[in-house]
Design a protein around this ligand. Sequence first.
Ligand SMILES: C[S@@+](CC[C@H](N)C(=O)[O-])C[C@H]1O[C@@H](n2cnc3c(N)ncnc32)[C@H](O)[C@@H]1O
Length: 241
Amino acid sequence: MTAFQPGPTPLAPPGPERDPDGVRRMFTSIAGRYDLANRLLSLGTDSYWRWVTARQLAPAVGDLSLDVACGTGDLAMALRRRGGEVIGLDFTLAMLQQARRRDRSGRLLLTGGDALRLPFPDETFDRLSVAFGVRNFADLATGLREFHRVLRPGGLAGILEFSRPRGPLAPLARFYLARIMPALGRFISGCDGPYNYLADSINTWPDPGRLAELLRAAGFVSVSWRSFTAGIAVLHLARRE
Ligand SMILES: C[S@@+](CC[C@H](N)C(=O)[O-])C[C@H]1O[C@@H](n2cnc3c(N)ncnc32)[C@H](O)[C@@H]1O
């Protein structure tokens, strides 16, 4: 196991987890069991991470938020509960169908679309969020520029993503991500899914400081981040000037 090394991390070349057709196939195959797998594999902590993300973004009544790569809609629904209208966007139909089924309010707006070519005019949204989606983008810089483009001046983006564990519990967390999670994920979801790639893709994912640099390069200001649960997940907040 390698120790956490702060500093620039190169982006991995596109692998199966970042090829758009492969990503769609992967999420289509696990859509029906995605939520159950999340709750069991994270022992419910993923819901807390999304709750904090929604609270930090704090959309108000009258605000319009976009949840990119919304999947089955957890973060979009958490944002919706805080206020304003929320559009959830994803490019996997089976995940959107789960989101539609789960949204008891019936008020969540859902649309198909690619995060790298967002189907919205410039300066449309007050808030933009993405949870566990950007790691799958074929081109991260393009995605971040798209986020910046569709936010209104003063608008806030929140990016929640897995990261390399740090601190005293890091060895335990790494063992869990590399060994336990892929096996359990396969068992629960009944197929080879994103859990196989998780540990590898986390290792090649930019560390928080590097992702902050990429956000600034995309035009964002006031970039900050906070880590959750031994650094397994990190929330970046960034504002459009
Ligand atoms: C790990 S799931 C996360 C879902 C949800 N945000 C959550 O917190 O549970 C990743 C989602 O990102 C979507 N996705 C990945 N790349 C995308 C892209 N370029 N455009 C739109 N959706 C994308 C996948 O279809 C999948 O539903």
